[in-house]
Design a protein around this ligand. Structure first.
Ligand code: ZN
Length: 459
């Protein structure tokens, strides 16, 4: 399936089964209001006259809580080892090569392709952790928000919700006062981030805006605290992705990165800790007390050799969790949830690590529900899912597709995450509108993105 084009949905839908209140329920009526939010969600009812009867079960879509759209230009091009040593830092140097070349028009074309792929993969909201602000020589564009605008235009073209997070980026490392030359497009002060957030907030009906701190190594402590105090909305930060970052933070501050945030940020429910790969139990407890969320990016963390987050620890502590496509090597949430669980199985030599036998024995169901609930705060939205007041988004499952056919409703999520193709979604609804397949638009968009890839890689 490809999701392109739009059509007004009927005001009234009825599904034989839907994921409501954290479980499958039968006979669910869904009524979208003119404002694009769910006005009514009611389970255990027969299809009323006038309702469109959906041909399969429906799920809430998920928030993609961490994306760098420009890194779509790099997918599939970094899977060769050219020297004796290859890790996150050598990958980053190569990624910077793309970051230094891409223009707003090229970003728009690649982001449109990416966002269509994300809709296809079951996401209807994407959080852009956006640090690529300035012209290739580091000078400001005439419109300082030109690169943000390119992302907003791409999201509007395909009809996906967007949370724009302009990033504070000031220095190359804990002990380096300035940026490297190849980081010149990223340079921002707290004042600039706040101005970019104001510009982003007006970029569309499906656009929300927060802010981000690139990482503790890339921003000065006083700037981080000032940005937190002076901004509103979600506040994302890359943290503890690399053991080298943990070591550098300990050497510079005496604290591990998550511990530093808990002591100095101060953390609260606005904060979204991206990766949080390398933690100790005291840090998990501090994040849980603060109410902050954690954004896991299992596909990218595997691709970059980052390490494994303490998933059992984060789950047990009740910390809000979400997932992100980050470097875009995966662009469908069922694959992210599969890798989230499989990493733990491989490391711990156990099965069904994310399940909770006392409360939710189904691994995929527990992961899905935690990630559904955690996405709202990450995106800066008050509600998310099939409930009144949440945006009227849903995924219509193709329950006849390989991997799902014949499964009882109680096991559909397990089949979706562990047995099916990555994109078994027949249709996607965003803000009360169906996103319909349109082969001509799909081909045109893919052609524009491919042309940009040729331009970027021919140089
Ligand atoms: Zn990232």
């Amino acid at each position: 399936m490809s999701v392109q084009g739009t059509a007004a949905a009927p005001a009234l839908l009825w599904a034989p089964a839907a994921w409501v209140g954290g479980r499958w329920q039968a006979g669910v009526l869904l009524r979208a209001g003119a404002d694009g939010l769910w006005a009514e969600v009611r389970a255990g009812v027969a299809a009323p006259p006038g309702a469109e009867v959906l041909p399969g079960p429906v799920l809430p879509s998920l928030v993609n809580a961490h994306s760098h759209a420009f890194q779509r230009a790099f997918v599939g091009l970094a899977e060769r080892r050219d020297s004796a040593h290859d890790d996150f830092w050598s990958w980053r140097d190569r990624m910077y090569g793309v970051a230094l070349r891409i223009t707003p028009a090229q970003l728009r074309a690649l982001a449109a392709q990416l966002y269509a792929e994300l809709l296809d993969g079951g996401y209807t909201q994407v959080c852009e952790f956006h640090y690529l602000q300035h012209a290739p020589d580091g000078s400001r564009y005439a419109d300082p928000a030109a690169m943000l605008q390119a992302l907003a235009d791409a999201a509007a073209e395909v009809g996906i919700g967007l949370t724009l997070l302009p990033v504070l980026y000031e220095r190359a490392g804990f002990t380096q006062p300035a940026l490297r030359d190849d980081q010149r497009r990223f340079a921002t002060s707290a004042d600039e981030v706040l101005a970019l957030q104001r510009a982003a907030a007006g970029m569309g009906a499906l656009v929300t805006a927060g802010v981000a701190v690139h990482s503790l190594r890339a921003a000065r402590p006083a700037s981080i605290v000032a940005l937190a105090e002076r901004s509103s909305g979600p506040l994302h930060v890359h943290v503890a992705e690399q053991t080298a970052e943990v070591d550098d933070c300990l050497a510079a501050t005496g604290c591990r990165p998550i511990d530093w945030l808990a002591r100095h940020a101060p953390l609260d429910a606005r904060w979204q800790l991206v990766h949080a790969t390398h933690s100790v139990p005291g840090e998990i407890a501090a994040v849980a007390r603060a109410g902050a969320g954690v954004v896991l990016c299992p596909g990218t963390e595997a691709n970059l050799g980052d390490g494994l987050a303490d998933l059992p620890g984060w789950l047990a502590a009740g910390v809000p969790l979400s997932v992100g496509s980050d470097s875009q090597v995966l662009r469908a949430w069922p694959e992210e949830l599969r890798w989230l669980e499989y990493g733990q199985r491989l490391a711990l030599r156990q099965r069904n690590v994310a399940a909770d036998p006392g409360h939710e024995p189904a691994t995929a169901a527990r992961l899905f529900e935690r990630v559904r609930a955690g996405g709202a705060a990450a995106a800066g939205l008050p509600r998310w899912g099939l409930e009144p007041g949440a945006r009227a988004d849903l995924l219509l499952l193709d329950a006849s597709c390989p991997g799902l056919a014949g499964l009882p409703a109680s096991h559909l999520l397990d089949g979706l995450v562990f047995a099916a193709a990555a994109r078994p979604f027949a249709r996607v609804l965003v803000a009360g509108r169906w996103r319909w397949p349109d082969d001509a638009a799909v081909a045109a968009r893919a052609g524009r993105a491919a042309a940009v890839m040729h331009q970027l890689w021919a140089q």
